[in-house]
Every structure is written in structure tokens, then in C-alpha cells.
Design a protein around this ligand. Structure first.
Ligand SMILES: *[C@@H]1O[C@H](CO)[C@@H](O)[C@H](O)[C@H]1NC(C)=O
Ligand SMILES: *[C@@H]1O[C@H](CO)[C@@H](O)[C@H](O)[C@H]1NC(C)=O
Ligand SMILES: *[C@@H]1O[C@H](CO)[C@@H](O)[C@H](O)[C@H]1NC(C)=O
Ligand SMILES: *[C@@H]1O[C@H](CO)[C@@H](O)[C@H](O)[C@H]1NC(C)=O
Ligand SMILES: *[C@@H]1O[C@H](CO)[C@@H](O)[C@H](O)[C@H]1NC(C)=O
Ligand SMILES: *[C@@H]1O[C@H](CO)[C@@H](O)[C@H](O)[C@H]1NC(C)=O
Length: 850
């Protein structure tokens, strides 16, 4: 959530937003002196290794020192990791530049390339390299066209290719799905109410590049420093240029097989960064939250109101309101007394519902506060250069910040949760404000007595941001104000966060590690919850993420706005995170900031019901927006959630594929219909898995919506009416209705919905069989107990129809679902049948004729 001090700046921000939408992208051009003076590197030696090449690079001329100090000697290491993954590393021979440590993001050494789909070549003088796709000779990356500058505080390189790059990724940002050809993306994690086209919470230096050939590849840069990534069209060529505040060049090229299939690229990307976690089955139910449920009675009332309105509610949430003076691991003594919270949780659990609490990383600074005292004793907090604790300010007042690099931090963090969850057994943890957010500019200073409450405002600056701050022992290394200015949405790197000259364990600086903070908190929280409950899947939702975070946490798009553009941005945000290996993602339904209105909130409930993570949430100073507040929205929510809950077994199967292979759950149409260029920039519709197409209304005052249907036959979810593809269509979409279509050729396992997912899982299974023009269809399903970290039993079922009006069902596995298959819903050319099929055991192979 956004800090109070920023309310004053809302007006400013709003002006900012409209400016951004008209002037689009602003960036400073490459400085003239860089081009003129930097001489690049020459390759002075090269040798073959078992898995690639090793070489040495030396500065080719005089240092240019554009934004720091040129580094004279570099090592080149090229590793043919797999047939589809190539790693190219260029780093300082002395290895003084910060590199993302293995314990933050384990580096996988595959070393199993046999017959690579790529070709690596280089030029010696001036050094440059080229990565080509073997099958068609396509140049994927040619570093020769962009100057290589390797300085302590500035690393710049890139690629120019004579081709059109269609680039997706480089987030987290609020924008179209397809990156504009002329654009700049800034990566630096930041607490901000989600302004379009600026850096926000997460850090994902990954892009997918789709070429006119219809083949795509991915490029991942393993580097945690703040950076700008510039895309530029140059005549009929395209250029990408990285401008990074330090670290090394550590690039992974991901080919996605010979045909460069985007789904394969993403799967292979998650081979490198780690597979997404498997969510609990209940996590796929509907969630309700708001900032401003000020008492436990209010929370209880919301649960009851949902029930009265018969709108499914799976998970109830509480924001910072539950805490005593906003301190972590406490309950407000009068608004959320322990005994009432406990009886509330008992009742909720008896109704098969869950509860999630928010926890912020910043720890209140007070001698009477055990988590702080223990943290001091165990030496877990971020420091000033002189070794004293660094203080910032968040909701509880002056705060210390856990340093996830310190050796005792995990133990300390686990202990706090153990103690708290013993009393208050909530089902999941929401980690917010972990960019990390702090309301002082840089440090709040150390001179504050414990327990002092902040009276001042953001402008009680204790440092002059324009003063250079040098790291001791390293000449001219400016931590607070580096010579190259990335296009951070705030003027200084340290604005609204921990000062970049703060010190982590082992003399690491915030400058180097800032973008790892939320990711490391996610890992620590995951380890905590699996220590407490070794057998169950943790539920963790995190605002700030980094490559690999999806293994531990889900994500929501942060503090969005109750406005029509943000209804659309929710789709592009979710599609982006599917590429970052974090498929469990959503956006605050009806909008977080600003008052929503009945029409917007209605449309948002229709769309939000399909988010992988589906939650209504808003800010404390806005009107109530639970779906039961308006009759029309009650109806809209019930109708859309009926579809979602019917599809729960399908969603769960998609998450199992994400967990096993990294396959996206939500898919841009481009992912499913890569050969069809029309789909490449479609981001107002989306696919759920391979079989379901959703076409939401994203504008006010409409009763219909235009959508594109790729080649094939499609069936309306509600009426089974056929739509023939390769066409744009206008669909009826009165308020409360969201068009959903099933792709011909699919078989989808569904279950009759009930109030909670637990009850839904007792209901009969039904099979949707949507035939293609030739009477064929296939599909699969995955089931297990829905909560075990490593399920002992599971069940996989394959369904197929081969033009002969018979569904063949093949089951493997010992998990026994609580329900049987009772119905087939057949859609086909000249067919629209519902067939009762008796009670078919899901664990048996069967042939069902219709
Ligand atoms: C290549 O360089 C790396 C890093 O310096 C080193 O560990 C490795 O042994 C080198 N391989 C060969 C074959 O020289
Ligand atoms: C790479 O770029 C350089 C400079 O733009 C160009 O001379 C060279 O032909 C390119 N190589 C390939 C394989 O396209
Ligand atoms: C466009 O690309 C073609 C083929 O790569 C090249 O021959 C031609 O000179 C380019 N045109 C411009 C304007 O750069
Ligand atoms: C950062 O530098 C400023 C200015 O020199 C100094 O006042 C401050 O204490 C430093 N902060 C930390 C965390 O070391
Ligand atoms: C950290 O830096 C301080 C001051 O430069 C130095 O005295 C200390 O030895 C360093 N510690 C480590 C672990 O490198
Ligand atoms: C928030 O609401 C104000 C007042 O209605 C409006 O002017 C502003 O445009 C809204 N902000 C956004 C981002 O929608």
C-alpha cells in the first residue's frame, strides 16, 4: 500500500500520469563522449573448454571513464549449457564487481549440450560476439553494433540486428504487453502507486524476442543492479542497449527449440531461474481484502455478508489494521483482541475458509519490542557504515530493516513467526513494502530515541543527495549518486527506500543488492513456513520480486487505480509475470487507489474472476467495494465465479504444468497462435491455458466488445454457439456478462461449483468435450490432495476423442478424488449434447460413447 505521506503527492502524480501518456517515452540519449572516446576491448586469448570457450579481454585504448572507471582486464566465459541454452559471461578478472550470489539465485550448471540449436561466434579486434539460430541463420544477438563499456559503476552493451525485434518483458512495468519498438525500461524496485511506463515493484531483466520468422528466443541478464534497457528501431534494424549501474555481463540466450516456440522459451527460462511453486488448491478460490477493516467484527461481517449474498469466498484477508501500532507480530489489543481473533479463525476454518495476514519487513525500533531486541542480539539488521543500525521509517515509526544476507536472520525471522502463528494460526502471509519501502529520504538518522514517533515528513532530509558518497577503499565509487542516472521514477535511488550506501552483511551495499530485497524476504518467509509446517505448501504473496521468486511466492500488481486503464493493465501485468516464472498473480479487483464505481467494479469482477490470483482489495480512504455492496455486482461476481469454480480442476492442472515445466497458466494469444501475426500485439484478450479464450469489456458505456478469434472453431461457454476463427467479431457483452470461449479440439475436466473449493471438490466431475472440425479433441487433468508440499499420491488423466464419438480416458496414479465423472457436455459441428455417463471412477481407464 502506498504511504500516507504520498497522499500529498497524489495530485502531482496524477499530472505526471497524464504527461506520461502524451509524451510517451523520454530518455537521455547516449552521451556523445561515450561514442567518441570509448575504444572497446580486444580479445587477447581464447581457448576451448569442455563446454565452450574461455577468453581474456583487454581495454583496446585509453580508458574513457564515462560514468565510472574503466576496468582494464575482463574474462570471457562461454558455456554451451544445453542444446537450447547458451551462457555468455564477461566479468572483471579480479571479480570485484558484485555478482548475484548462488544462494540468492542458484546457478544451474547443465553442461549437456550435444547438438546446439545456436552458434556462437566472435570478432577479436574490437571484440564483439554474435549468437545465431542454426536452423535459419537468424542473428539473435550481435553485440558488435553497440559499444561495450565496462566500468565499475557503469556497464553498457547491447545488440543491433537487421531484423524487427518484437520484445516482451523487461518489467515490472505498467504498459502494453508488446514493448514499443522505441522505448526505455528502467529496472529498480520501487514503492510507488504503479505509474505507467516507470519502474515499479519488481525487477525482471528478461525479454522474449519474437522475429518475423515466427521464432522467438529469450535473453536473461543475471545482474541485480539498477539499469535502463533501451529499445530503438534503426532503419530496418533493431537495437537493444543495456545501461547498468555495475556488476557483470552474465547473459543467458534461450532458444526454445529449433522452432523457437515461446512456451518452450519460458519453460527453459524456468530451467535457469527455478520452477514456480505449486499453489494450494484453496489459493484458487476467491479472496477479499481491504485496508481499513479496522476491527475483527468488521472482518467477520464481511465474511457473513458474502455468505448472505451467496458469493463464494475462500480467503479473507487483513491488512495492517490488525496490528498494534502497525508493529509486526502483534495484534491490536482492542480492535483485534487475541481471543476474538482466535475464535474468528476457528469458525472460519470450520467453514473451510482461510485467512491471510500482511507482514512488512521493517521492524519497529523500540526497546520494549521483542522482535527488535532479538534482532539486535542476533545482529540481523542493515547497518550504517560505522556499524550502527540503520533506521528508516515505515508504518510503525522508526524502523530497522532485516538484512537477509546476515547469517542469523533466517533463524530470527522463523522465531518471530513461530511465536506469532502459534497464537494466531493464519493460513498465509502477505509480504508487502519489500522494495524495501521507507518514508525517509535515505536514512532517518540514528539520533532518534527508541519508540519515538515520526512527526516529520519526507523532507526531513538528513543527507544532501547531491553530495557524493564514496565507498571506503574504492576511489570514486559513488553509492548515493552514481554518475549514470537510470530513469528511476524518483529523482534519487535512495528516495522512498533504504539509502543505497547502507551496509549489508559482509560489506555488501544496498546499492548492489537493493533489487534482491523482496526476493530474499520471500525465500526467508518460505523457509520459515516450511520449517513450521514441513508438509504443507506455504501461501506467500509478495510485492517485490526478482527472477526465481516464483519458486517461493505469488504476486499481485501492487497499488493500482480504480480506473478503466488499470482494468486493462491488469491483463498485461498478469501476462508479463507468466513469462517471469510467477504464474500465480493478480491485480486488485475494482482498483486499490481512488473510489471505484459500479460499472467499473462490475466489469472488474467479471474479469478478475479469471485472474490466477483473484482478490478484491482497496485503500483505507476509498468507498466500500465488496461485490455485495451493489446488486448488479453481486450478480456479475456470482456469474463469473461460477465459471471460475467450474474450471477449478482445469486451473489446477495448468498450475501443475507450470510447477513441473514452467508453462504459463494465462497465455497471451501470441503464445498459442505464434504463426498468426495478428495475435502478436493482442493484449485485451487472453487464453487460460490452451483451451479457454476470454474477451473482457475494458471500456465504460459498452454493451459489446470486439475480439479476435484465431483459426479454428470456438464455442461460447454459456450458449455453446459456434464461432469460426481467423476473424474479428463483435460479441454481445451487456454489463455482468464476460464472453468466454472454448477452443475446438479441447477436453476440459470441470467440477460442479459449491461455496468453497473444499465443497466444490466433493461435487460431481463433468467433462467438456469441444470437438474440432474433424471431430477430434484432447485434454488432460492433474489432481492431488491440494495442500501437500510433496504429495504422496497424485492422479493424471488423459482424455481423447478421435473422430469416432468416443471419449477415451486413461488414468495413471493412486490419488482418489472424492467425486466421480457424471456428465459429458459435447460441443461439435452439428452436435450439442449433454450425456449422463453414470458414475465413472476417475482412477479407471474408460471408453465413453456419446
Ligand atoms: C575457464 O574459466 C573459468 C573461470 O576462470 C575457470 O574456472 C575454468 O577452469 C576455465 N576453463 C578452462 C578449460 O580453462
Ligand atoms: C554484426 O554487426 C556488425 C556491426 O554492425 C556487422 O558488421 C556484422 O556483419 C554483424 N554480424 C552479423 C553476423 O550479422
Ligand atoms: C535494410 O536491410 C537490407 C537487408 O538487410 C539492407 O540491404 C538494406 O540496406 C537496409 N536498408 C536500410 C535503409 O538500412
Ligand atoms: C550515507 O552517506 C551519508 C553522507 O555521507 C551519510 O551521512 C550517511 O550516514 C551514510 N549512510 C549510511 C547508511 O552509511
Ligand atoms: C568491511 O569494511 C570495513 C571498513 O572498510 C573493514 O574494516 C572490514 O574489514 C570489512 N569487513 C569485511 C568482512 O570485509
Ligand atoms: C483519482 O481520482 C481523481 C479524482 O477523481 C482523478 O482526478 C484522478 O484522475 C484519479 N487518478 C487515476 C490515476 O485514475
Amino acid at each position: 500500500m502506498r504511504p500516507l505521506v504520498f497522499e500529498l503527492l497524489v495530485a502531482l502524480l496524477i499530472t505526471g500520469l497524464s504527461i506520461f501518456s502524451t509524451i510517451k517515452y523520454r530518455y537521455r540519449p547516449t552521451p556523445a563522449n561515450q561514442r567518441a572516446k570509448c575504444s572497446g576491448y580486444k580479445l587477447t586469448s581464447i581457448s576451448l573448454t569442455d563446454h565452450g570457450l574461455n577468453g581474456s579481454l583487454t581495454l583496446a585504448g585509453e580508458p574513457c571513464n564515462v560514468y565510472g572507471n574503466d576496468i582494464f582486464n575482463l574474462a570471457l566465459e562461454v558455456t554451451y549449457e544445453t542444446d537450447d541454452i547458451l551462457n555468455v559471461r564477461i566479468y572483471d578478472t579480479e571479480e570485484r564487481q558484485f555478482q548475484v550470489p548462488d544462494y540468492v539465485l542458484p546457478r544451474k550448471h547443465f553442461h549437456k549440450a550435444r547438438n546446439p540449436t545456436y552458434e556462437f561466434s566472435y570478432t577479436e579486434n574490437t571484440f564483439g560476439f554474435v549468437v545465431k539460430r542454426k536452423s535459419n541463420g537468424e542473428v539473435l544477438f550481435n553485440s558488435t553494433g553497440v559499444q561495450l563499456v565496462f566500468e565499475d559503476q557503469y556497464v553498457s552493451f547491447g545488440s543491433k540486428v537487421h531484423d524487427i525485434m518484437h520484445v516482451y518483458g523487461l518489467g515490472e512495468n505498467v504498459d502494453n504487453f508488446l514493448r514499443p519498438r522505441d522505448s526505455l525500461s528502467t529496472l529498480w524496485t520501487r514503492d510507488t502507486p504503479s505509474p505507467p511506463r516507470q519502474n515499479i515493484y519488481g525487477f525482471h531483466p528478461f525479454y522474449l524476442d519474437l522475429r518475423d520468422s515466427g521464432r522467438s528466443h529469450g535473453v536473461f541478464l543475471r545482474n541485480s543492479h539498477g539499469m535502463d534497457v533501451v529499445l530503438k528501431p534503426v532503419a530496418n534494424a533493431s537495437k537493444i542497449e543495456y545501461r547498468i549501474l555495475g556488476g557483470v555481463i552474465d547473459l543467458y540466450f534461450i532458444l526454445g527449440g529449433e522452432d523457437g516456440n515461446p512456451k518452450s522459451v519460458i519453460e527453459q527460462y524456468t530451467d535457469i531461474i527455478g520452477k514456480p511453486h505449486m499453489p494450494n488448491y484453496w489459493a484458487l478460490g476467491w479472496h477479499q481484502c481491504r485496508w481499513g477493516y479496522g476491527t475483527i467484527e468488521m472482518v467477520e461481517e464481511v465474511v457473513e455478508n458474502y455468505k448472505k449474498a451467496e458469493i463464494p469466498l475462500e480467503v479473507m484477508w487483513t491488512d495492517i489494521d490488525y496490528m498494534d501500532q502497525y508493529r509486526d507480530f502483534t495484534l491490536h489489543p482492542t480492535n483485534f483482541p487475541l481471543y476474538k481473533v482466535q475464535s474468528f479463525l476457528t469458525k472460519l476454518h470450520s467453514q473451510n475458509q482461510k485467512h491471510v495476514f500482511i507482514v512488512d519487513p521493517a521492524i519497529y525500533h523500540g526497546d520494549d519490542y521483542a522482535p527488535y531486541k532479538e534482532g539486535v542480539d542476533l545482529d540481523v539488521f542493515i547497518k550504517n557504515r560505522d556499524g550502527s543500525i540503520y533506521y528508516g521509517r515505515v508504518w510503525p515509526g522508526f524502523t530497522a530493516f532485516p538484512d537477509w544476507f546476515a547469517p542469523n536472520t533466517q533463524l530470527w525471522w522463523t522465531r518471530q513467526f513461530q511465536r506469532f502463528l502459534e497464537d494466531v494460526p493464519v493460513d498465509g502471509i502477505w509480504i508487502d513494502m519489500n522494495e524495501p519501502a521507507s518514508f525517509c529520504f535515505g536514512s532517518c538518522g540514528s539520533g532518534h530515541p527508541p519508540g519515538e514517533h515520526p512527526q516529520g515528513s519526507v523532507d526531513d532530509l538528513v543527507i544532501n543527495p547531491n553530495d557524493p558518497v564514496f565507498e571506503p577503499g574504492v576511489p570514486d565509487y559513488n553509492l548515493l549518486n552514481p554518475p549514470y542516472k537510470i530513469h528511476n521514477g524518483y529523482e534519487f535511488l535512495s528516495t522512498q527506500t533504504v539509502a543505497t550506501n547502507a551496509t549489508h552483511w559482509n560489506n555488501l551495499t544496498e546499492y548492489q543488492t537493493h533489487n534482491l530485497y523482496g526476493h530474499m524476504e520471500g525465500i526467508a518467509t518460505y523457509k520459515t513456513l516450511t520449517t513450521i509446517n514441513p508438509k504443507t505448501r506455504p501461501f506467500i504473496l509478495s510485492r517485490s520480486t526478482f527472477p526465481g521468486s516464483g519458486t517461493y511466492v505469488g504476486h499481485w500488481s501492487g497499488d493500482n487505480w480504480a480506473s478503466w486503464p488499470y482494468l486493462y493493465y491488469s491483463i498485461t501485468g498478469i501476462l508479463n509475470f507468466q513469462m517471469y516464472g510467477i504464474p500465480y498473480v493478480g491485480a486488485d479487483v475494482c482498483g486499490f487507489n481512488n473510489h471505484t464505481d459500479e460499472e467499473l467494479c462490475n466489469r472488474w469482477h467479471s474479469l478478475g474472476a479469471f485472474y490466477p490470483f483473484a482478490r478484491n482489495h482497496n485503500a483505507h480512504n476509498t468507498i466500500a467495494q465488496e461485490p455485495y455492496i451493489w446488486k448488479s455486482i453481486t450478480e456479475a461476481a456470482k456469474k463469473a465465479l461460477h465459471v471460475r469454480y467450474t474450471l477449478l480442476p482445469y486451473y489446477y492442472t495448468l498450475f501443475a504444468a507450470a510447477y513441473e515445466k514452467g508453462t504459463p497458466v494465462w497465455r497471451a494469444l501470441m503464445f498459442e497462435f505464434t504463426d498468426d501475426h495478428t495475435t502478436w500485439d493482442i493484449d485485451k484478450q487472453f487464453m487460460i491455458g490452451p483451451a479457454v479464450l476470454v474477451t473482457p469489456v475494458l471500456d465504460s458505456g459498452r454493451v459489446d466488445v470486439k475480439g479476435y478469434f484465431p483459426k479454428g472453431i470456438w464455442y461460447d461457454w454459456y450458449t455453446h454457439e459456434r464461432v469460426y476463427g481467423a476473424n474479428r467479431m463483435i460479441l454481445d457483452a451487456p454489463l455482468g456478462h464476460i464472453p468466454v470461449h472454448i477452443r475446438g479440439g479441447s477436453v476440459i475436466l470441470t467440477q460442479r461449483p459449491a461455496y468453497t473449493t473444499t465443497e466444490s471438490r466433493q461435487q460431481p466431475f463433468e467433462l467438456i468435450v469441444a470437438l474440432d472440425e474433424t471431430g477430434h479433441a484432447s485434454g488432460e487433468a492433474y489432481l492431488d490432495d491440494g495442500v501437500s508440499l510433496e504429495p504422496v499420491e497424485s492422479l493424471r488423466i488423459r482424455f481423447s476423442v478421435c473422430g469416432n464419438r468416443q471419449v477415451v480416458m486413461r488414468s495413471v496414479g493412486s490419488y482418489k478424488p472424492n467425486a466421480k465423472l457424471e456428465k459429458l457436455i459435447i460441443m461439435g459441428v452439428g452436435l450439442d449434447l449433454v450425456v449422463d455417463c453414470g458414475y465413472i471412477d476417475m482412477n479407471k481407464n474408460a471408453v465413453i460413447t456419446f
